[in-house]
Write a protein that binds this ligand. Structure first.
Ligand code: SAM
Length: 216
């Protein structure tokens, strides 16, 4: 009898757990946790530290290829008063819900200063923004986003020498193998910062990131 009750309880528990796992939030199903990887976060900390030396006013910022807009999250967590508004633009409609959740602290009532939209950065009208951040230029089909920017706009561009073709999110269709290549591709009238950062895990596992901050 005890054995029968125990196995019936086990079956019941199994059904409950299975049902709960099926009901897992769709948010959990589409999150790509690589966005929180060592390289992703360290390179964005690097971006915040260098950029903040030049950001003192109440800026209107657009983040291109914003993914889950961790950049807005990090900039605002570090110093929310320096930014009047941060617009995240990503072409992938699946990322908006997660970007909205991650930046929710700045999406409600009087704290509202982040908006995440689904759009192509290469065709979106970026006039009126003081600062354009793009950490995804290697994933964008063209450089129209840069060509269309008004002269005098401040930009922060970060890219890497990672070469992949394996899936949609990481496909590098516009790669930048060196800081020199990045500088030639996105010429600026004034350079505030230019540098590279090595992310190395072992002798044969690592990559380089390059970053430019300046005025077009
Ligand atoms: C996966 S992230 C890569 C992250 C980036 N390398 C970094 O370190 O932050 C690239 C993002 O760019 C977006 N993207 C690609 N082309 C775009 C475009 N034309 N306009 C807006 N977003 C674009 C993709 O949807 C994707 O979310």
């Amino acid at each position: 009898m005890a054995f029968f009750v125990k196995s019936a309880l086990h079956s019941y528990l199994y059904i409950i757990l299975k049902t709960l796992s099926r009901k897992k939030s769709p948010l959990n199903k589409i999150m790509n946790f690589d966005s929180f990887s060592h390289g992703q976060i360290q390179s964005k900390v690097w971006l915040c530290k260098e950029l903040e030396r030049f950001v003192h006013a109440n800026l209107k910022v657009a983040v291109l290829g914003s993914w889950y807009n961790l950049i807005a999250f990090m900039l605002l967590t570090r110093n929310q008063d320096r930014y009047q508004h941060i617009l995240g633009i990503d072409i992938d409609p699946n990322v908006k819900r997660l970007a909205d959740k991650i930046t929710e602290a700045w999406r409600i009532g009087s704290d509202y200063k982040v908006e995440n939209i689904t759009a192509d950065a290469n065709t979106y009208d970026l006039s009126g923004y003081d600062l354009i951040i793009n950490c995804s230029p290697e994933h964008m089909e063209s450089n129209a986003w840069f060509d269309n920017l008004e002269y005098g706009t401040m930009v922060c561009i970060q890219s890497s020498d990672v070469q992949t073709s394996d899936d949609d999110v990481w496909k590098c269709i516009n790669s930048n193998e060196s800081l020199e290549e990045l500088t030639l591709k996105y010429p600026l009238s004034k350079y505030l910062y230019s540098g590279e950062k090595e992310i190395r895990y072992s002798e044969d596992n690592g990559y380089k990131r390059f970053m430019l901050i300046g005025i077009k």
